[in-house]
Design a protein around this ligand. Structure first.
Ligand code: COA
Length: 258
């Protein structure tokens, strides 16, 4: 359906799967891959047949081994600032604020920009071979795609401080214990589990889910009162067809047809 150089997009029933496909570079995020991901997410969000998006990496070794170091090694201060600003805008914030749920299926190394990508997704599921870390300070730089903000939100400030300062990797099991991923399964079970979880999500109102994502994200947005955003979106729900269908179906003792 969509033709890209560095990513594959497949659609099966209501589930779209994006696979980052540069295995020879461990799926590192270069500029073109980031632009393609932006385009794919943008097109999938407006496709009402797509209820859940799974993002994963090709092969068994890596989800994404980071931003492409070879691309920015010679950057100036201005170029570095622009790299982070643009990336956050078109990919990382874009995914976080997508109204369609995004599940990251972490199938191997998720390092630097790779872990930041997984953290921008709405939640994460990992295979047992996955390894996660933010190694940026080992390169003399800091995380620039939201890692200093989203990692503490997910694992707490102390663990985030240690992970970022030490630049070391944690195992999938540790990531689960810390709340960074929701489940850990064997590699071959990873996509099937994501699809099972997606199937549970797809039974519900996409419109209400989009509103819930907005309200949950408000808790992590500066200068925004999450409770007010919740009240507003709660109210908006009452004007939707899905609300009418969901409540009517309940009262008629049948399954809703959203
Ligand atoms: N950017 C650019 N290229 C990368 C990359 C990245 N972030 N991560 C891996 N690659 C490339 C390697 O340069 C290598 O390319 P080559 O075969 O053309 O030399 C290829 O992917 C395979 O990686 P390699 O390092 O040989 O695999 P490995 O099994 O020895 O090590 C890692 C795996 C993940 C430990 C190692 O690749 C690594 O440390 N990558 C960088 C991680 C990082 O610091 N990311 C944060 C960036 S901000």
């Amino acid at each position: 359906m969509m033709n890209f150089e560095n990513i594959l997009v497949q659609q099966n029933e209501g589930i779209a799967k994006i696979t980052i496909n540069r295995p020879s570079k461990l799926n590192a995020l270069n500029k073109n891959t980031i632009a393609e991901l932006h385009e794919a997410f943008k097109l999938l969000e407006v496709n009402k047949a797509v209820k859940v998006i799974i993002i994963t990496g090709s092969g068994e070794k890596a989800f994404v081994a980071g931003a492409d170091i070879s691309e920015f090694a010679n950057f100036s201060v201005e170029e570095g600032t622009e790299l982070a600003r643009k990336g956050q805008e078109i990919l990382f914030d874009f995914i976080q604020n997508l109204s369609t749920p995004v599940i990251a299926a972490i199938n191997g190394f998720a390092l630097g920009g790779g872990l930041e990508l997984a953290m921008a997704a709405h939640f994460r599921i990992a295979s047992s071979n996955a390894k996660m870390g933010l190694p940026e300070v080992s390169l003399g730089v800091i995380p620039g795609y939201g890692g200093t903000q989203r990692l503490p939100q997910l694992v707490g400030k102390g663990k985030a401080m240690e992970m970022i300062m030490s630049a070391s990797m944690i195992s999938a099991e540790e990531a689960k214990e810390w709340g960074l991923v929701n489940y850990v399964v064997e590699h071959e079970e990873l996509i099937p589990l994501c699809e099972n979880v997606a199937a549970k999500i797809m039974r519900n109102s996409s419109v209400a889910i989009g509103a819930a994502i907005k309200a949950i994200n408000a808790n992590y947005t500066n200068c925004v009162n999450g409770y007010s955003v919740e009240i507003e979106n709660f109210g908006i729900s009452f004007g939707t067809d899905d609300f009418k269908e969901g409540t009517t179906a309940f009262l008629e003792k049948r399954k809703p047809n959203f």
